[in-house]
Design a protein around this ligand. Sequence first.
Ligand SMILES: [Zn+2]
Length: 267
Amino acid sequence: MKLFISADIEGCAGVTAKPSVTIGGHDYSASREQMTREVVAACEAAREAGATEIHVKDAHGSGLNIYPERMPKGVILLRDWSGDPRNMVDGLDESFDAVLYIGYHSKGGSEGNSLAHSMSSVKLHSIRVNGEPVSEFYLHNNLASYYGVPSVMLSGDREVCEESRRLVPGLKTAVIKEGRGALMASVSSETACDRIREAVTAALTQGPLDRCLMTLPEHFTVDLVYKWHQDAHVYSFYPGCQKIDPYTVRFESTDWYEVARCLAFTT
Ligand SMILES: [Zn+2]
């Protein structure tokens, strides 16, 4: 069984404010430590459930958060960014059996996490697909579906867990925290790792992995809602994009890979 793990940081235990997720910020090293622990817990549980190959994408900010020396033997760690449109699942292809998501968070435009955002937290207010605001899980689950690989497990805040389960009914989730305004109510480091192990085991042992494979919609209308009208103006020049109001750029396609390519240049 060959697995892909995409790891973010805003959904990890204890991680709360901007300085906790930025290189040089207060608590950043504690956040790196917790992200690493949660990824290690997922890898260990996956191994016990029969995974023979595991690739981990460090998918937050610099892509240099997870402590590489702590990765279990045999795990391939993907650090930094190549610029590939697969973005937070860069390296994923048809050869994988399943994707797991660690440390994921609520979408831009929502209040489930004090650090809620979709892709660039600096430039974007939110991303809508076919009229609905979407999370980074939604975007990367679509890429996984594009390659025919099911998304089977996710950990993060309560809102992203609940929403992702509605999207992929067979998905197993581990709720790590809950946001209320700027406040974050988080379980302990150890409890987070226990919940992740349980969810990974359940995801990989309870029924065929294909139960989580999604069929993609036939058409995508993608609205990028920027925080600044200046950015909307610049990105409206990406081929196929049009500005539909001073803050919103629309891109339409029947091919999710083309949407991902557009996002790689506009977010
Ligand atoms: Zn992040």
